[in-house]
Design a protein around this ligand. Structure first.
Ligand code: AMP
Ligand code: TRP
Length: 338
């Protein structure tokens, strides 16, 4: 299965399930903006069908879908450069996912660590959709023959499964139809950690709001959360080696690096020997400088939901233009009469 035979195309998505965090921004959105100008076609999706794998209040889902779209636009995703839409408007995602449900093996799904984490000991009671979710994610990507998928570290296993599904489909039907997708996991902040526990990922759904920075937090909240962020008593070291076994300290350095477009080494070089009393306020100031213009623009866009919906509708139309021929060809390969 060659990768090079396919036109380079980027696809990625975020679930509209609650507010967006600094993890979403640094691990995904900020890099998506950069990829718009790297000469590849870029397709970015608000994956509402993924969100409902756990219960979503309908009105809250509508609002969250618009808010994620607003965050994309406010962060610099330009609907004139990228295709920007919500998943449920392009029915091909669900249709291709069904075919992939019949290609993927139950044993593959059983290995997905995110499912195990989310379901916990409750595997009998979660939705069937949550279990099958990686197959829908493979459909999202392969419906566009996407070759590059920029995601945070936590999604690596799902992109690898996408390759397995593509390979098995190609092998079973003796075709070279779906590309081998590359996960693009680059930069210092591919795994932004919880501010109160540096061994856990920062997530939308963590219990306490103090664990995360939300993209819509105001300057006071950001300052307070960084001030109260857990650290250790040691000052910052002069090299990265000195951050080994200091997960909370490492996380704050990585966040600073991600926000300021520097490497963690550069940050350490600037702050070697500094105590938290100096570093934390500098970090808070930097975060406010980067996030405040985005949250301001998000609020402005959210006052004009009709405009957001129009962008999503146009994006969905463009998305369908790519997806429809791929789906038709897939149906032909499978042997469906149409
Ligand atoms: P989700 O919020 O689960 O829909 O995630 C959307 C995107 O944000 C995916 O590419 C994730 O890998 C990324 N992401 C979410 N949380 C983090 C985090 N704490 N650090 C880095 N990337 C993250
Ligand atoms: N599963 C991803 C997450 O939870 C979101 C997602 C759905 C996605 N479909 C995708 C990411 C396709 C990249 C490509 O973060």
């Amino acid at each position: 299965m060659s990768q090079t035979a396919f036109t380079p195309r980027v696809f990625s998505g975020i679930k509209p399930s609650g507010g967006l965090t600094l993890g979403n921004y640094l691990g995904a959105i900020k890099r998506w903006v950069a990829m718009q100008d790297e000469g590849m076609e870029t397709v970015y999706c608000v994956v509402d069908m993924h969100a409902i794998t756990v219960w979503q209040d309908p009105a809250a889902l509508t609002r969250a879908t618009r808010e994620v779209a607003a965050a994309f636009i406010a962060s610099g995703i330009d609907p004139a450069k990228s295709i920007l839409f919500n998943q449920s408007q392009v029915s091909g995602h669900a249709e291709l996912a069904w075919i992939f449900n019949c290609v993927a093996r139950v044993g593959w799904m059983n290995r997905m660590t995110q499912f195990k984490d989310k379901a916990g000991s409750n595997t009998e009671k979660v939705s069937l959709g949550l279990y099958a979710y990686p197959s829908l994610m493979a459909a999202d990507i392969l419906l566009y023959h996407a070759t590059h998928v920029p995601v945070g570290e936590d999604q690596k296993q799902h992109v690898e499964l996408t390759r397995d599904i593509a390979n098995k489909f190609n092998h079973d039907f003796k075709v070279d139809f779906f590309p081998e997708t590359i996960p693009v996991i680059e930069g210092p902040a591919m795994r932004v950690m919880n501010l109160r526990d540096g061994t856990k990922k920062m997530s939308k759904s963590g219990e306490s709001d103090m664990e995360r920075i939300n993209m819509t937090d105001d300057a006071d909240a950001i300052a307070k959360k960084f001030k109260k962020a857990r650290t250790d008593p040691e000052p910052l070291p002069s090299d990265l080696e000195g951050l080994k076994d200091r997960p909370e300290a490492r996380n704050l350095v990585d966040i600073y690096a991600g926000l300021s477009d520097q490497t963690p080494q550069q940050v350490i070089a600037e702050y070697a020997g500094a105590g938290w009393g100096r570093f934390k306020p500098a970090l808070a100031e930097l975060a406010v400088e980067k996030l405040a213009p985005i949250s301001g623009e998000m609020a402005r866009l959210m006052d004009q939901p009709g405009e957001i919906d129009a962008v999503l509708r146009r994006g969905a139309e463009q998305a369908r233009n790519i997806a429809e021929p791929v789906l038709k060809k897939t149906y032909d390969i499978v042997g469906f009469v149409r």
